[in-house]
Design a protein. Structure first.
Length: 97
């Protein structure tokens, strides 16, 4: 019984481990089309430096839909990762179509 109480006390005293959000990023095919100011798309705040853009936040949706929404605003992409889901070459071709 004493061991059980000790284990419970140690478990309760352990700090909560916060998980970092999964990466959301893209690479634009044409860096000249990158917005100069942060842009909000479906709740995600996109910021670009050159052809590389990263985002924080955003609604829950499939990565392919998020890609199509971003491509509609920024133009074609050569890489796209949404909340940790990296699109394949086939998915990118559909996204850019």
């Amino acid at each position: 019984m004493r061991a059980l109480l000790l284990a419970a006390a140690l478990f309760a005293a352990a700090p909560a481990v916060a998980q970092a959000p999964a990466a959301t990023s893209l690479t634009l095919a044409d860096a000249a089309k990158a917005p100069s100011r942060p842009t909000i798309i479906d709740g995600a705040r996109w910021s670009c430096e050159g052809a590389t853009c990263t985002a924080s936040g955003g609604t829950e949706q499939p990565a392919t839909r998020a890609c199509r929404r971003v491509v509609a605003k920024f133009g074609a992409v050569t890489a796209f990762s949404y909340k940790g889901v990296q699109l394949s070459a086939d998915d990118l071709a559909v996204c850019n179509a």
